[in-house]
Write a protein that binds this ligand. Structure first.
Ligand code: C2E
Ligand code: MG
Ligand code: MG
Ligand code: MG
Length: 283
């Protein structure tokens, strides 16, 4: 699915000649130069303990501020990065930046703060992923479990390659999370086969959890399943207080969404969330 979408983007943005014969520079050309021009940033969205209101983890979300094109959302360039292979250097930059941030926050006295990064399918299946992550953890001297790897169910489809990669990551000690849980074809099979630490309930279930009996049932079932397997469960896309209260009553461990905070810069995390509070209580 992601691939098809990516292809469509690629077609759309391919270099073209305009009427006077000049090349319109493609999105791809800009994307190729973006790393060297230092145009990427990681924003961090807090994950809030629904029992205590404490924040001990963040999801890192990439932002591309292109000098020529302005702000471009990851939904609009990650598929192109996947198709062109640029996801590998961009993904390596994400790994390095997140590990550096973990180190920095632990040096600021914020011990045990976790950062979750997103790994896309092509990045997940590249042979050097485990080595790159291992090297980055070593270079920045961080506790491996503080780095969380979010993989979508789509990336796990090829089970022959998936198991050894996930097992090596597990051996390394990083935290393994399934992103957008419940939207894939064999969600239950994945948690049966793979060493999963965290499930992230997809936003599409959380959105109507108050008004749809089906979404409420699916959401509570995922939470029960996670609880009985000793897996941590995080709900994404919480925008309303009623959703947070529902999830809290259902014993969902953590919540993430605009209700608590949008993704913000590392500096904003330090000023608005850490801000001298040992507890970092968000409500
Ligand atoms: P995702 O990993 O499922 O990330 C959650 C998305 O939901 C983020 O969009 C986040 O900003 C957004 N979100 C958070 N809270 C709410 C809410 O309350 N309501 C709504 N409507 N949305 C909310 P974003 O940052 O635009 O990222 C989109 C997707 O791009 C991510 O989905 C992820 O698949 C991908 N992505 C982002 N950063 C990276 C990265 O560094 N590497 C890779 N490979 N993919 C990334
Ligand atoms: Mg994610
Ligand atoms: Mg998600
Ligand atoms: Mg997603």
């Amino acid at each position: 699915r992601v691939k098809e979408r990516g292809k469509a983007h690629f077609q759309f943005y391919k270099t073209e000649m305009n009427s006077v014969g000049a090349h319109i520079v493609s999105l791809e050309t800009h994307l190729r130069k973006a790393l060297a021009k230092d145009e990427f940033m990681l924003f961090y969205q807090p994950q809030v303990s629904l029992a205590t209101g404490k924040v001990k983890s963040f999801e890192a979300l990439i932002r591309w501020n292109s000098k020529e094109l302005g702000m471009i959302s990851p939904a609009n360039f990650i598929p192109l990065a996947e198709d062109t292979g640029l996801i590998i250097p961009i993904g390596n930059w994400v790994i390095d930046t997140a590990c550096r941030q973990i180190k920095k926050w632990s040096e600021l006295g914020k011990k045990g703060i976790k950062i979750a990064i997103n790994i896309s399918p092509k990045q997940f299946l590249q042979p050097k992923l485990v080595e790159t992550i291992k090297e980055s953890i070593r270079k920045h001297k961080i506790e491996p479990s503080l780095l969380e790897i979010e993989i979508t169910e789509g990336a796990m489809q090829d089970t022959a390659e998936t198991s050894p990669i996930l097992n090596s990551l597990k051996e390394l000690g990083v935290t393994i999370s399934i992103d957008d849980f419940g939207t894939g074809y064999s969600s239950l099979n994945y948690i049966k086969q793979f060493p999963i630490d965290v499930l992230k309930i997809d936003q599409s279930f959380v959105r109507d959890v108050i008004n749809s009996e089906k979404d409420a049932a699916i959401t509570t079932t995922i939470i029960h399943l996670a609880n009985s397997l000793g897996i941590e469960v995080v709900a994404e896309g919480i925008e309303e207080k009623e959703q947070a209260e529902f999830l809290m009553r259902a014993n969902c461990h953590k919540g993430q969404g605009y209700l608590f905070s949008r993704p913000i810069s590392a500096t904003d995390v330090e000023f608005k969330i850490f801000n001298g509070n040992e507890e970092m209580v968000i409500f």
